[in-house]
Ligand binder design. Sequence first.
Ligand SMILES: NC(=O)c1ccc[n+]([C@@H]2O[C@H](COP(=O)([O-])OP(=O)(O)OC[C@H]3O[C@@H](n4cnc5c(N)ncnc54)[C@H](OP(=O)(O)O)[C@@H]3O)[C@@H](O)[C@H]2O)c1
Length: 250
Amino acid sequence: MVSNIILFGGSGKVARHITRLLTAEGHKVHSIIRNQDQKPDIVSLGGNPILQSIEQASVSDLAATITQVQATTVIWAAGAGAGNPERTQAVDNEGAIKSMDATAQAGVKRYVIVSAVDVRDRENRPEPEWYNDADRRRSEGVWRAIGVYMWAKLAADRSLVVENGRRGLEYTIVRPGGLSNDPGKGKVAAGNVHLDTMISREDVAAIVVECLKNDGTKGLAIDCVGGDTPIVDAIAEVANGKIDAFAGRY
Ligand SMILES: NC(=O)c1ccc[n+]([C@@H]2O[C@H](COP(=O)([O-])OP(=O)(O)OC[C@H]3O[C@@H](n4cnc5c(N)ncnc54)[C@H](OP(=O)(O)O)[C@@H]3O)[C@@H](O)[C@H]2O)c1
């Protein structure tokens, strides 16, 4: 069945891979971008660019866009990075939450967000039990360097999970480790992973697409890093085992 997909942050590097993969399978991808110079690139990938700034748009504005294209699925792959705390707050925290509310307001159920590994309440919740000393050091360094960004992602992911009673979304949180621009290997590690292996953006995009195909991923937060398991199998294993790296950590 052909899906109509809204892709927030459609001009991003992961998002471009998602666009290419989904349109190659015959799906329609409507990319929310904020810079009209990016339109030709999105069209060349097979996407339909829609100019709308996540920061400026209200929940109703975003819901209207979702309704207008008759979307059946919403993907969030936007982000402002860690360089400007106000923008990080406006996009990664508030913008992501607006997209969740807009999805619910538009009556769409399926929602997939790209977040990040190790997003968790480090102050009040226990450390993942599979972490080793290298994970602890890496976690400490990342939270010290880009804590504002990690807190923004935590606020968004927590809202997605905790407030789903009123939204009723069928969500999946994809939580990659450090991203590279290397070509995808088609192989990853997912579930209870260690933090030290980078993952290619192309593989993250393939994971997002695989999550859309595997209904067992609904309601899960899936950590993923570089590894040796074919993506279909890695995601099936997490879905079958209901392995949720965020559970109990927000
Ligand atoms: N970097 C890492 O190692 C890492 C690790 C784990 C997770 N992540 C997360 O993975 C996700 C995808 O990463 P990526 O490398 O693909 O990021 P990216 O290339 O920076 O893409 C993010 C996109 O969001 C768009 N965006 C920002 N503000 C917007 C707004 N107000 N309205 C509309 N679009 C807006 C940006 O648009 P412009 O092109 O106009 O700026 C950009 O195209 C992000 O959420 C990131 O935080 C990153």
